[in-house]
Design a protein around this ligand. Sequence first.
Ligand SMILES: [Mn+2]
Length: 260
Amino acid sequence: MGARRPHVLVTNDDGVDAPGIDALATALGDVARVTVIAPDRNWSASGHVKTMHRPLRVREGRLAGGAPVLVTDGAPSDAIALGLLGIVADPVDLVIAGINRGANFGYDITYSGTVTAAMEGAIGGLPAFAVSLDTYESVADYSVAADFAAYLAQVVARQGLPDGVILSVNVPNLPLCEVQGVRVTRMGRRVYRDALVVREDPSGTPYYWIGGDPPTGVMEEGTDFTAIAQGYISVTPIHLDFTAYDLLQPLAAWSFGEWR
Ligand SMILES: [Mn+2]
């Protein structure tokens, strides 16, 4: 690293009290200046949110380990927008979201409050990445993920990222001695096993839960899902340009000229 420590803006989607964001902020403190703006509740699977129809509140609070934090009633992506639009006075160099409880593989990124918070950083013109730990346990060891995030923060602060590209990092739930290394991966294919759960409220009106079993994934070489299954940390570059370029020509050949 050069003499100057990067200024990192941190948020998460599990909420200010989650252990993952505390572990991340603590590890980053060794290599960066850290500002944390965290949502006051769990926003997991909230997707990319821009709150426009109600005011956003921000108050001072503490992370689980006692570090100061700004707490908002907005979504994770709102937290990043607030930080980049002026809540944080000093310029930010890098945006990091996490450490999420639960991996974000394949299409999960479109649901993930963690990954979409990083996307908000990219929309704000900054390099950004998301970090997720492959566990759903409420008590977990975030130290390997935190240590890797602090290392990656230095690399990304130095190298930058192309416009509109973020990194989605997934870390296996293993002790450091069992982690096999780091793999750069593509998005894998998730297999969702959602099922509708129908209940009835006291007045007899039905209501619904989206339940079912946790998603699995297709084991294919080179993917995020497979890297984690084999004990590797997975780093997936994600482009916000969702255009299906290979369909531009075929779609142009459709008979749109016949409309009007
Ligand atoms: Mn989450």
